[in-house]
Design a protein around this ligand. Structure first.
Ligand code: ADP
Length: 167
């Protein structure tokens, strides 16, 4: 039984994340999507941990061997706790490389039992990030295709108030 783990903040999950999750899911018997609480990232997440998990659960309904778990501990501890033997991360443009390489090295120091693996982003999603989607949505721009439909609707709803409040 091979269990992998895809960690991230997923605020909110994008089509780029889902592409990595779906491709990683073909490599493992079980895949755990680990959603970090990340209270401090980018001034605090837009969506609560429960909302972020629910978005991914809905988007991965068709993948019965994919589960979603929140966590607020050291990633390697959480991976060991759920019995994952590999951490799978998506790599976008070169800008991701430096940060991911550093994290992979540090995590390897913590545990040599858990391997970090990378899946290359497809060109279509190479420059897609949750923060870019939020920025576009905040200004009323088109985000169709960048996030699943239910996330699209949740973003519209969440950000409508802030747009109305603008002078
Ligand atoms: P972000 O960097 O968008 O805030 P996360 O911290 O949630 O996202 O990222 C979780 C993982 O998903 C990271 O390994 C990140 O590199 C990867 N990822 C994010 N966006 C994409 C994308 N568009 N294509 C491939 N991988 C991605």
């Amino acid at each position: 039984m091979k269990r992998g783990m895809c960690p991230g903040t997923f605020d909110p999950v994008t089509s780029g994340h889902l592409d990595i999750i779906e491709r990683a899911a073909t490599l493992f018997d079980e895949l755990v999507v680990a959603v970090a609480l990340s209270p401090d990232k980018g001034g605090g997440p837009l969506f609560s941990i429960d909302e972020r998990c629910a978005f991914i659960e809905q988007a991965t309904e068709h993948l019965p061997h994919v589960s979603v778990r929140p966590f607020d501990t050291l990633l390697m501890d959480f991976a060991a706790e759920v019995g994952a033997t590999a951490i799978i991360k998506g790599l976008r443009a070169v800008t991701d490389f430096e940060r991911e390489f550093q994290m992979a090295q540090l995590n390897y120091r913590i545990s040599t039992e858990i391997e970090t693996m990378f899946i290359m982003a497809i060109p279509e999603y190479m420059y897609l990030s949750s923060s870019a989607v939020k920025e576009i949505a905040r200004h009323g721009g088109p985000i169709e295709g960048l996030v699943p439909l239910h996330v699209h609707d949740a973003l519209e709803e969440r950000l409508a108030g802030s747009r109305l409040g603008r002078t």
